[in-house]
Write a protein that binds this ligand. Structure first.
Ligand code: ARG
Length: 720
């Protein structure tokens, strides 16, 4: 397999045209040698070895997987890390409750003026990629003769053995991921540091400026950054928090350029994009537009609305829910836009045309000839039950906190049944240790309304033949004027009687947990009925679908690569380190409208609404604006830049990623995609898809002029 892939990339190398090719693709840095010519043609001054090397320090040594869902970059030889504000605000939110400091870190911002003022963030970690290895042949040789239904289980075994072998002489975390739906496998050796400390964050009004109204939108004026430091033990190795840990010394850190940029200038972004499905079938697009997206969006709206009611009730509620609410709102808006754009751009039809071409090519090739027909048949039987995913799981009936919390007690049920005292004790300790976190975002009144409304949503949208009998029966049993009224009455009963209805009750139950009490709990009875129905009636079919899907998708991609020899194929995002290259570029969002490629502080002031929850600004910033006191961070025309656009190919997970110029200097941080290209996970449209980045000059201006943290500025290597 390795050779196969190399061959494909070698072809690109030979056929690379001198004209600027589209910037689609999230490339594996390990295979970069093959993209070198194209990158050079676009202006890149770095060699593949300078970007990724195992033996020498390279840019990859300055990139971290931040908190498991974002990207960060090391900015000094003392382990200073930049990432997005929205990647760190969950942690900052936790800190504001357990620090004795008389200061709201999230609301007011924070700047440590010395290392002693940095604040430890338990639970946060970053991981470096120390090495990537192609293990395709190893994995595939062990998969020979394994059936598609056994494949997933067998893969876990293979991964476990390979990882054990690769990590027996080091302290790395091993990770193996499937690429091209299983046409290739790579092993990643990651080194995780767990002593992270908050160094600086702008006030919420800057870091989150524009709120949900501006989210996924251009023109943008958000100072979406925060600053952290990695600490290590005396040997520069990962260690648990200790007061005498020392700043981590990286193999490489990124220099900063405040020289600016112009359209066409080379840009590259390295980071950990989470998930794309660029090789999806037309029927898979139909699943998104007809099933998942519309239902998940409607269900999230219920949660968002009810939380908002609670947040408006008190400042305390607002503080408790704010960060989580923004997280929910983020993908609520994303999925809504995704559905709209997949339909508007006719993505399913585009895929159908590709499938027809493939079928023509495959007609006399027995290995490939029936893939499309098989996939259509597979989806035809799957689509009707696939509605259970949004209706029952995370976005559906399990989205009420009480429901998911009760479900997590099924493990305790098993142990109580077995009378496994050690197991019980362990589980109780675990649950107790987390009770504050669990209940920090639990507001019973709001959760109860969500519980009732999600039941009603399920009742209204689940096809009658799939609907659970016990849910139907609640209507006659509770005799409300409407089904919703019945569900709300039922919810009243569940929430008043459940052992999990408040932190106090929860702790009281854990002090003396018995099977009898657990099995009598109405929330537990409720969710157990729903989940066991899902497990017996739907999960086996869904698992089978996934197994068959992955077999067909694997063959399809293999066939596409044969069919389009000479075309560069890049693997879908899967939270592994990738590189995308492109340039600074504006776009035309619609008829008669042209968007500039950068925004300035003038625009933030235009949007400013005093006291508004989305468009407020700190007084200090407005003072600086009035004095035009931007120091060396202003552009030549004296304005303060805030955000800019590139045509790089990124997705969720890239948040916080460094945007580098041709010399490998940081010019900004990627933080969003744009509203006109929300179908981007399925289809890359070079005319419309852009990456939204915060300009590093604005970041430095905030640190220096607003925060007065010259200590941070002095650590950076700045070229101007
Ligand atoms: N849409 C951006 C992302 O997914 C920002 C998310 C946070 N901001 C927000 N307004 N919820 O990376």
């Amino acid at each position: 397999m390795k050779k196969f892939i190399t061959l494909i990339f070698a072809f690109v190398f030979l056929t690379a045209k001198s004209v600027t090719p589209p910037d689609e693709g999230m490339w594996l840095p390990i295979l970069l040698g093959n993209n070198q010519t194209e990158m050079m043609a676009k202006g890149c001054k770095l060699t593949a070895e300078q970007i990724y090397s195992i033996n020498n320090s390279s840019i990859k040594d300055a990139i971290v997987w931040f908190g498991g869902g974002c990207t960060g970059e090391v900015m000094s030889n003392e382990g200073l890390v930049f990432t997005n504000h929205h990647c760190g605000y969950g942690s900052i939110n936790e800190l504001r409750f357990n620090k004795g400091k008389n200061r709201d870190l999230l609301e007011d911002g924070y700047w440590a003026k010395s290392k002693a003022e940095e604040i430890s963030a338990p639970g946060l970690s970053v991981a470096f990629v120390r090495e990537m290895r192609d293990v395709s042949e190893l994995v595939q040789s062990k998969l020979k003769g394994v059936s598609e239904t056994e494949r997933a289980t067998k893969l876990q075994e293979i991964y476990k053995a390979l990882i054990a072998d690769a990590t027996k002489e080091n302290k790395y975390e091993g990770l193996i991921r499937e690429f091209f739906s299983g046409n290739a496998y790579y092993l990643f050796l990651m080194e995780r540091y767990t002593d992270l400390r908050l160094v600086g964050t702008p006030p919420w009004s800057i870091g989150k400026f524009g709120g949900e109204t501006d989210n996924w939108m251009w023109p943008r004026h958000t100072g979406d950054f925060s600053i952290w430091r990695i600490y290590a033990n005396k040997d520069n190795k990962p260690a648990k928090y200790a007061a005498d840990n020392v700043p981590y010394q990286p193999k490489h850190f990124l220099p900063v350029s405040i020289k600016g940029y112009k359209p066409g200038d080379f840009t590259m972004i390295m980071g950990f994009p989470g998930s794309t499905k660029r090789y999806e079938f037309s029927k898979g697009i139909q699943y998104r537009t007809d099933i998942f997206d519309p239902h998940a969006v409607a269900e999230r709206k219920i949660r968002l609305d009810e939380w908002k009611v609670a947040m408006n009730e008190s400042k305390e509620n607002n503080q408790r829910l704010n960060a989580s609410w923004a997280g929910l709102a983020n993908y609520w808006k994303n999925w809504d836009g995704e559905k709209r754009d997949l339909l508007k751009n006719n993505t399913a039809e585009t895929k159908r045309i590709q499938e027809a071409e493939f079928e023509k090519w495959a007609a006399n090739k027995p290995e490939y000839s029936s893939i499309i027909a098989d996939m259509n048949a597979l989806y035809n039987s799957y689509l009707p039950i696939s509605i259970q995913i949004p209706l029952t799981l995370n976005e559906g009936l399990m989205a009420a906190k009480l429901a998911s919390l009760a479900l997590s007690f099924s493990a305790l049920d098993t142990m109580l049944t077995k009378n496994d005292t050690a197991g019980i004790r362990k589980m109780v300790t675990q649950l107790k240790a987390n009770d504050s976190t669990i209940y920090s975002t639990f507001i019973a009144s709001a959760d109860k309304r969500i519980f009732g409304r999600l039941l009603d949503y399920y009742y209204q949208n689940c096809p009658a033949e799939q609907r659970l009998e016990f849910i139907n029966n609640l209507i006659s049993k509770y005799k409300g004027a409407t089904p919703l009224a019945s569900f709300q009455k039922y919810a009243d009963m569940v929430y008043s009687k459940s052992l999990f209805g408040s932190k106090e009750k929860f702790d009281a139950f854990l002090a003396n947990p018995t099977l009898k009490k657990l099995r009598k709990d109405p929330a537990y009875i409720h969710i157990s009925a729903i989940y066991s129905n899902y497990l017996t009636k739907y999960k086996p079919a869904i698992d089978l679908f996934n197994a068959k899907y992955s077999t067909l998708n694997r063959l399809y991609i293999k066939g596409l690569m044969e069919m389009q020899k000479g075309k560069a194929f890049y693997p879908d995002a899967n939270s592994t380190m990738r590189l995308t290259y492109g340039a600074i570029e504006d776009y035309d969002p619609k008829d008669a409208v042209k968007y500039m490629y950068y925004t300035t502080l003038d625009g933030a002031i235009e949007k400013y609404i005093p006291g508004n929850e989305e468009f407020n600004l700190p007084k200090e910033l407005i003072d600086l604006y009035n004095k035009k006191d931007y120091g060396r961070y202003a552009m030549k025309d004296g304005k303060m830049p805030i955000a800019f656009l590139t045509n790089n190919d990124i997705t969720g997970g890239n948040s916080g990623s460094p945007v580098l110029n041709a010399e490998g200097e940081l010019i900004g941080l990627a933080f969003d995609g744009n509203w006109e290209a929300m179908s981007g996970n399925y289809n890359f449209d070079p005319k419309l898809k852009r990456t939204i980045c915060v300009d590093v000059r604005y970041v430095l201006f905030c640190i220096d002029k607003l925060g007065g943290a010259t200590n941070i500025i002095n650590e950076l290597k700045i070229t101007q």
